[in-house]
Design a binder for this molecule. Structure first.
Ligand code: COA
Length: 176
C-alpha cells in the first residue's frame, strides 16, 4: 500500500465531514467539542486562510488510489502547526499518518521552514506516540490538558525526501 497526498478540493468536503462525524476521529481532533454541522464545516472551508489541507490517499493494486484521511499545516507563524487524521479507521496502526506527516514535513522543509509544531491532547496516547515516532519532542504545556511538540526540519532531510515524493509534491498546493 503506497501513501501519497494531494491538495484538498471543495468536492472533498462531504467526505471530510463524514470522517469528522465518526466519534473515534472527532474525539482525537476536537476533544470535548461538538461535531460541526454541514454549514459550519462549509463555512470553515470558505473562511480558511494561511493553511494547507491535503487528502491522504492509499494506493493498492486491486483498486488504485482512494482517500483515507487528511493532513494539514497552518502556515501563519515561522513554525507551521500541523494536524492529521486517518478517516478510514480500520487502517489505524498501519503507518498511514506517519507517511503523510513525513511527506508534509519534507514539503515544508523544501519551502524553507526550519521547524514544525503540533498541539495534542494529553489523553490522546495514539497521537502522542505517532508524533514521538515522527521525531517530535515535547516543548511546553500549553494548557492543562494539551501538550506542545516540535520537530526540527533539516535541509538534508528535505533533500532526501523530496525526490521520493516529487510526483506528489509537484501536484500539491496550486490554490494556497
Ligand atoms: C492519531 C492517528 C492520526 C494515527 O494514525 P495512524 O495511521 O494509526 O498512525 P500510524 O499507523 O502512522 O502510527 C504511527 C505511530 O503511532 C503509534 N500508534 C499506532 N497505533 C497505536 C495504538 N494502537 N496505540 C498507541 N499508539 C499507536 C505508534 O507509535 C506508531 O508507530 P509504530 O508503528 O512505530 O509503533 C489516528 O489514530 C487518528 O486519526 N486519530 C483521530 C484523530 C487524531 O487524534 N489526530 C491527531 C490530532 S494531532
Amino acid at each position: 500500500m503506497e501513501i501519497t497526498c494531494r491538495s484538498m478540493q471543495e468536492s472533498d468536503l462531504p467526505l471530510m465531514l463524514a470522517w469528522r462525524l465518526n466519534p473515534k476521529v472527532g474525539a482525537g481532533l476536537t476533544p470535548g467539542k461538538q461535531a460541526p454541522t454541514w454549514d459550519e464545516h462549509r463555512s470553515w472551508w470558505r473562511r480558511r486562510e494561511g493553511r494547507v489541507d491535503w487528502i491522504i490517499e492509499a494506493e493498492t493494486d486491486d483498486f488504485g488510489k482512494r482517500p483515507v484521511g487528511s493532513v494539514n499545516a497552518r502556515l501563519g507563524g515561522l513554525e507551521p502547526e500541523i494536524g492529521v487524521f486517518v478517516g478510514e479507521t480500520t487502517l489505524w496502526g498501519r503507518g498511514v499518518a506517519r507517511a503523510a506527516i513525513d511527506q508534509l514535513c519534507a514539503w515544508l522543509a523544501a519551502q524553507g521552514h526550519v521547524a514544525v509544531v503540533a498541539t495534542i491532547a494529553k489523553s490522546n496516547e495514539r497521537s502522542r506516540r505517532l508524533l514521538q515516532g515522527c521525531g517530535f519532542a515535547r516543548v511546553q504545556a500549553t494548557a492543562p490538558d494539551t501538550i506542545r511538540v516540535r520537530r526540527e526540519l533539516r535541509a538534508g532531510q528535505a533533500a532526501a525526501n523530496v525526490p521520493r515524493h516529487r510526483g506528489v509534491l509537484s501536484r500539491l498546493l496550486p490554490r494556497e
